[in-house]
Design a protein around this ligand. Structure first.
Ligand SMILES: NC(=O)c1ccc[n+]([C@@H]2O[C@H](COP(=O)([O-])OP(=O)(O)OC[C@H]3O[C@@H](n4cnc5c(N)ncnc54)[C@H](O)[C@@H]3O)[C@@H](O)[C@H]2O)c1
Length: 292
């Protein structure tokens, strides 16, 4: 099993992605503390071979987070999954909605990451995984003004933590999916007032993969990032780039690597895995994007 002997904290594990991640971590041998505000949802998780324990935790309760990390001094893996979707443009976003979005989506992760970093630095190892979204600094999505701003902040805090602590053995990465088929999405479809079939199709049509994702597909990535298989991965934000762009990397020796897909005009400054990076001849890599 890929996570044997590890202890994991998963927030908002009552349903959707958090639930699937908690179950996957336990299946892979981790001892998992699954938390959520919805105690009934947590109860329905079952105990998964005695490796799953559940606890009510409201991620916006700073005192509860502090107490949790006082009581349980040791988590090898932290999966921060909290996310509230405010729908609307900047003109439909009140101060209260902006504040609520940051309380749930960003401040909670800041507090949990800070508590986790303190412990993990002492132990010199650990993996923190934060749920961001394609709607973030990766891509602007209509009517997701506050949500996109918070999820961009999640990428920023993830990269900053990685920059500060990767050398201390604390890895921090973010996952940035397109739309995933979860109960909250089903609620949003039902609440939209449109023909549900058409609304589902419209969600599918705008996905980079041409279909919705499944929570299990995100859990598979989370297991990888939590495991020692990803021991050299930190400060990455992982997303599906298919049809996002044809990304061409050119280094000074003229070597090229081409990713699949299409892009419209954006410029990416980060290095793609697989490019020559090590050794004395390492040279800066310039990225350009080409319309297909
Ligand atoms: N579903 C998607 O399409 C999608 C896409 C990209 C990113 N994400 C991100 O993935 C994460 C999970 O999304 P999802 O759709 O699986 O979740 P969801 O909305 O289906 O589930 C949310 C869970 O969070 C719990 N919760 C709500 N407020 C809480 C609080 N204050 N404290 C503790 N628990 C609380 C709920 O009880 C529920 O169990 C979020 O961060 C979301 O932004 C989701």
């Amino acid at each position: 099993m890929r996570l044997s002997g590890k202890v994991a904290l998963v927030t908002t594990a009552g349903q959707g992605i958090g639930r699937e991640v908690a179950l996957s971590f336990a299946r892979e041998g981790a001892r998992v503390l699954a938390t959520d505000v919805n105690v009934e949802a947590l109860d329905s998780l079952g105990r998964s071979s005695g490796r799953l324990e559940s606890l009510r935790l409201d991620v916006i309760d700073a005192n509860a987070i502090a107490e949790l990390f006082q009581d349980r001094a040791h988590f090898d893996i932290v999966f921060n999954c909290a996310g509230y979707v405010h729908q609307g443009t900047i003109l439909q976003c009140s101060d209260a909605e902006w504040r609520r979005s940051f309380d749930i989506n960003v401040d909670s992760m800041y507090r949990i990451c800070r508590a986790a970093c303190l412990l993990k630095i002492e132990r010199r190892r650990g993996s923190i995984i934060n749920m961001s979204s394609l709607a973030s600094s990766v891509r602007g999505v209509p009517n997701r003004f506050a949500y996109g701003a918070t999820k961009a902040a999640v990428i920023g805090l993830t990269k900053a933590i990685a920059a500060d602590f990767a050398a201390s053995g604390v890895r921090c990465n973010a996952i940035c999916p397109g739309t995933i088929r979860t109960p909250s999405l089903a609620q949003r479809v039902a609440a939209s007032g449109g023909d549900p079939d058409q609304v589902w199709k419209s969600y599918e049509a705008r996905q980079p993969m041409g279909r919705l994702g499944e929570p299990a597909e995100i859990a598979a990535l989370a297991v990888y990032l939590a495991s020692d298989e990803s021991s050299f991965t930190a400060g990455r934000h992982s997303f599906d780039r298919r049809r996002l762009g044809k990304l061409v990397a050119i280094n000074r020796t003229g070597e090229r690597e081409r990713a699949t897909g299409k892009i419209r005009g954006a410029r990416y400054g980060h290095r793609r895995p697989g490019l020559p990076a090590a050794g004395r001849d390492r040279r800066p890599v310039r990225f350009v994007t080409r319309k297909s």
